[in-house]
Design a protein around this ligand. Structure first.
Ligand code: ADP
Length: 443
């Protein structure tokens, strides 16, 4: 204020002085006074021009700097500029925070949809777009009920009872590839809603598999248990002679053996699922494994059939596999055992081990059994899946053998491949990767 009064006074004094100096004698006082008034007027015009400049700068959005100078207008300009800078920084900070927040929601593995108080879509992440088939260009500000038309969800949205979630099919649901979502609405703010969606397909499938598995195991155990209980009752109630007693006890032992094999296969499977992959530093001789399997195969063929098979084992000395002896033996003997159980006596069964050009190797079992129709092949490694139930049971099968083989193969980085022609026979192969093979040169 002092500067303002001082500059006005100075302006008037200079103008008055100039009037006094230039005026003819006798009129000096009048002219000096007139000039002082004129000086005041000039000062006022210049001062107003600076004020107008500041106003123009504000009207233009205060984006670029202007030279206003010192004094009242200068200070006003400076203070406004500082306030604006602080406000802009605050706005930029909140903008960045909002961007970070939306990026975090975008990265969420769950679908996130923000809805306004009329259930219109304000924002959604990519996962929600996939779950519900939303499109950013088309669906923003659309009513959620118009886009998600599942009847159960529509009822849920209308009832506004958001204490629980709703399970519905995802947009990409197909008969061949089901997609199940768990969808939950959470109210927040003033009538707004947050919709969260979670893909629960894998969880539901695992749950269904668990249920099937328990049902299958119960069924598999119930059958021999019922037979056993029947024999026990017979032995307790009927006066049997020694020969009959022995026959019944033999049959009971068979059923007990069946349950034992089932429990042992189940334990093998759970061990395979629960333990880390076999070491890469433990080397198993293929020749030793093959010799062991050959002996067991001859014994099994002899026990199961009155006349044995034509068993041919090809020898490949000098090769070793990195892995678990127990697991590899179990997989090989399962495949050989199946060939013996399903191939009629006297036909040939060939077992071999071939090196591959890429350094890997293939263990194969080829039989002249009944063969398997193409539609069964993809399902053979499912637990308890059997093509011929009675044949499997009669020969002591549990329906878990190929599931065990597949697991062992996977744990060794290998693959189980099945080729079969109904009426002609089958070849089951375990294709081992080069990384798990080591052979002496020349083999
Ligand atoms: P199982 O204990 O019933 O043999 P697996 O898992 O070993 O169970 O085999 C699954 C089904 O695959 C068998 O029930 C059988 O129908 C079929 N299968 C397996 N190996 C052969 C084979 N060599 N020849 C014909 N069918 C086979």
């Amino acid at each position: 204020m002092f500067w303002r009064l001082f500059s006005l006074g100075l302006c008037q004094a200079v103008a008055a002085g100039l009037g006094w100096y230039l005026a003819p004698r006798g009129e000096q006082w009048q002219i000096a006074l007139a000039m002082a008034l004129l000086g005041g007027y000039v000062w006022f015009v210049l001062d107003s021009a600076r004020g107008l400049r500041l106003l123009g700068w504000l009207r233009a959005g205060a984006t670029t700097d202007v030279a206003i100078g010192n004094g009242l207008w200068g200070e006003a300009y400076d203070r406004v500029r500082r306030i604006l800078r602080a406000t802009n920084k605050l706005a930029a900070d909140s903008d960045n925070r909002l961007k970070d927040f939306l990026a975090a929601m975008q990265a969420s593995p769950n679908g996130v949809v923000l809805l306004d108080s009329d259930a219109r879509i304000e924002w959604f992440n990519q996962t929600a777009a996939t779950h519900f088939g939303f499109d950013v260009q088309r669906d923003l500000l659309q009513h959620l009920g118009n886009l998600v038309r599942d009847p159960e969800f529509a009822a849920y949205l209308t009832a506004r009872n958001f204490g629980h979630d709703v399970v519905m099919h995802g947009k990409e649901n197909r008969d061949s590839k089901p997609v199940k979502l768990s969808v939950h609405l959470h109210p927040y703010g003033e009538g707004r809603m947050l919709l969260l969606s979670r893909d629960i397909t894998a969880k539901e499938q695992a749950e269904a598999m668990r249920r099937d598995f328990v049902a299958n195991v119960s069924h598999e155990i119930r059958t021999p248990l019922t037979v056993l209980a029947g024999f026990v009752e017979t032995l307790q109630t009927l006066p049997l002679d020694e020969q009959e007693r022995q026959r019944y006890l033999g049959l009971m032992s068979q059923q007990a053996q069946r349950m034992q094999t089932l429990v042992s296969d189940l334990l093998t499977l759970s061990r395979l699922e629960g333990s880390p992959s076999p070491s890469m530093n433990e080397w198993v001789s293929v020749d030793v494994l093959m010799r062991q399997c050959e002996q067991e195969a001859r014994d099994l063929s002899h026990v199961l059939w009155t006349q044995s098979h034509d068993l041919r084992f090809e020898r490949t000395p000098g090769c070793e596999i990195a892995g678990s002896t127990l697991e590899l033996h179990s997989a090989m003997s399962n495949l050989i055992g199946n060939a013996i159980r399903y191939t009629p006596a006297q036909r040939s069964i060939e077992v071999g081990f071939k090196r591959q050009a890429d350094g890997g190797a293939v263990f194969f079992v080829t039989d002249q059994g009944p063969g398997i129709a193409q539609e069964h092949i993809p399902r053979l490694t499912e637990r308890f899946y059997r093509v011929d139930r009675s044949r499997s049971r009669d020969t002591g099968g549990t329906g878990l053998g190929l599931a065990i083989v597949k697991h062992v193969a996977q744990r060794h980085g290998a693959e189980l491949s099945i080729d079969s022609v109904p009426g002609k026979g089958s070849t089951f192969s375990i294709v081992l990767p080069a990384s798990r093979m080591r052979c002496t040169p020349g083999t």
